[in-house]
Design a protein around this ligand. Structure first.
Ligand code: IMP
Ligand code: MG
Length: 193
């Protein structure tokens, strides 16, 4: 492992891995702090109202389990499985559902919990599906957002943990070919030549 300083003076760690190298972008402590703040925002906006948090598998599972434990009992959780990436680092643009909700969203206030808003196609599709099923007010909480990559105009992501540059990131639930989800921090993956 190599410890380095970036141009703006931040301390980063670079780790060599099978696919190339990973450099820390958001450390564990910053993630913890931001997740607590997001929980406070949700609590402030929803209070005692019943809310269904819809976690998008597999990427959002880590984030959602940390977020959920900081919220009161009126927040319940279910999951949807969506495949939008295949095995590469580019969005395919046509997400398909491979695991559906067990809880009926009809009449419920729903917050979609996602790891990252990239092009926005996945979120747009999910918002439309949940609205069509009668969810009452669908909002989105994404841990990360690559604003530069957005293709869906007017996509409203109400709660965003961190705005990040257009780089491929892994860790804290995010993967490359199913690896690196269990890193406790978020890092930029640079693939081997
Ligand atoms: P979108 O439909 O292009 O917004 O893609 C969203 C999905 O792509 C996310 O749920 C992630 O699973 C995946 N994704 C986008 N960017 C990254 C990244 O940098 N690392 C890992 N997965 C990513
Ligand atoms: Mg995902």
């Amino acid at each position: 492992m190599l410890s380095e300083r970036t141009e703006d003076g931040r301390q980063t760690i670079r780790m060599e891995v099978e696919d190339g190298s990973i450099e820390t972008l958001i450390n564990r402590e910053s993630i913890e702090n931001r997740v607590s703040q997001l929980a406070s925002e949700l609590l402030q906006d929803y209070g005692n109202e019943p809310v269904l948090l819809v976690g998008i598998l597999n990427g959002a599972a880590t984030f959602l389990s940390d977020l959920h434990r900081q919220l009161p009992l009126n927040f319940i959780v279910d999951y949807m499985g969506v495949a939008s990436y295949g095995s590469g680092t580019e969005s395919s643009g046509s997400p398909s559902i491979n695991r559906d909700l067990k809880i009926d969203p009809k009449g419920k206030r729903v917050v979609i919990v996602e790891d990252i808003a990239d092009t926005g196609y996945t979120l747009e599709t999910l918002i439309n599906i949940l609205k069509a099923r009668g969810a009452r007010g669908v909002e989105v909480c994404a841990l990360l957002s690559k604003d530069e990559q957005r293709k869906v105009e007017g996509l409203d992501v109400k709660y965003i943990g961190f705005h990040i540059p257009n780089k491929f990131v892994v860790g804290y639930g995010l993967d490359y070919n199913e690896r690196y989800r269990n890193l406790p921090y978020i890092g930029v993956l640079t693939l081997k030549e």
